[in-house]
Design a protein around this ligand. Structure first.
Ligand SMILES: [Zn+2]
Length: 258
C-alpha cells in the first residue's frame, strides 16, 4: 500500500484518490453512538471499539478506515439502558439513514465499490440496512450496479467456544451485555486509560418483561446504566475477544470482497 495510514481522513486527497479510484480497496466505516456506558466507561465506547476493530481488520486486508459515525440511533432500554439517560445523545432514524445514504454515495463517487459497516451499537442495525438499501437503489438509477456493502456487528463473531471460555458462570445474552464483560474487557485491552474499573457497579443482569412501554419506565434500567455486571471483565478477555472477532471479520470480508 502506497499510503501511510489506514485512516482515510489522515491522507492527503491525491493519496486517498490513488487508494480508492480503481474500486478494489474496501473502505470500512465504523458506526457507533454517544451513549452512557455505566460509571466506569466513557460515552464513546460504541465508537472506539468498532474503530479499533476496523483498524485491525484494515491492516490485514489492505482496506481503508473511514471516519466513524459518532452518533447513532436512540438507545433502547432493553439493550442500551434507554434514551432517557444523561449523556446519551442520539439521532432520529431518518437523520441517520439519510447521513448513511449520503456517505455511501459519496464514497462510490470516489470510486469505492466495497464498503463494510462495522457496527458497535446494536440499535443502529436496521437503520444501516435502510441507508444501504436506499443508497443502492439510488446508485442503480444512475446505472451503478457493482457496489457491494457488508454490514456486521463485531460481537456476532464471538464464537460459542469463546463464550464458554469467557463466561464460565453462564452467558447473560448480548442484549444485556451493555457496559458488561464484553465491552469492558475490550476497552481494558484497547483503551485502558479510559476505564475506571474501581467505579464499576456489580449487579445481577437486568430483567425486563416481554414488552416495552413508552415513555420508558425508568426504574426498569439498573441505576448504574449498565445492564449486566462488568466485574468479571479483564484485559486478557479483551485480547481474546479482539483476536477472535478480528479473525472472523477478516475471513468474512475476504470471502465477500475477494
Ligand atoms: Zn455499547
Amino acid at each position: 500500500m502506497s499510503t501511510r495510514s489506514v485512516f482515510a481522513a489522515e491522507l492527503p486527497w491525491p493519496d486517498y484518490d490513488a487508494a480508492v479510484r480503481d474500486g478494489r480497496r474496501p473502505i470500512l466505516v465504523p458506526i457507533g453512538s454517544m451513549e452512557q456506558h455505566g460509571h466506569h466507561m466513557p460515552l464513546h465506547v460504541d465508537v472506539l471499539l468498532p474503530t479499533e476493530f476496523s483498524r485491525c481488520v484494515a491492516e490485514r486486508i489492505d482496506a481503508l478506515v473511514a471516519p466513524p459515525f459518532t452518533y447513532g440511533y436512540k438507545s433502547h432500554q432493553k439493550s442500551g439502558g434507554g434514551n432517557h439517560l444523561p449523556g446519551t445523545t442520539s439521532l432520529d432514524g431518518a437523520t441517520l439513514v439519510s447521513a448513511l445514504k449520503n456517505v455511501i454515495t459519496e464514497f462510490v463517487r470516489h470510486g469505492v465499490r466495497k464498503i463494510a459497516f462495522m457496527n458497535g451499537h446494536f440499535e443502529n442495525s436496521w437503520f444501516i440496512v435502510e441507508g444501504v438499501d436506499l443508497a443502492l437503489k439510488e446508485l442503480r438509477w444512475d446505472g451503478i450496479t457493482d457496489v457491494k456493502i457488508v454490514i456486521l456487528s463485531y460481537w456476532d463473531f464471538v464464537t460459542e467456544e469463546t463464550i464458554k471460555r469467557l463466561y464460565p458462570d453462564g452467558f447473560p445474552g448480548w442484549a444485556v451485555e451493555h457496559g458488561g464483560v464484553l465491552e469492558t474487557s475490550l476497552m481494558l485491552a484497547l483503551h485502558p486509560q479510559l476505564v475506571q474499573l474501581e467505579r464499576a457497579v456489580d449487579h445481577a443482569p437486568a430483567k425486563f418483561p416481554p414488552y416495552e412501554v413508552y415513555p420508558v419506565r425508568a426504574e426498569w434500567t439498573p441505576p448504574s446504566g449498565t445492564l449486566s455486571s462488568p466485574k468479571e471483565a479483564s484485559a486478557a478477555k479483551g485480547e481474546i475477544l479482539l483476536e477472535v472477532c478480528t479473525k472472523g471479520i477478516v475471513d468474512a470480508l475476504r470471502v465477500e470482497f475477494g
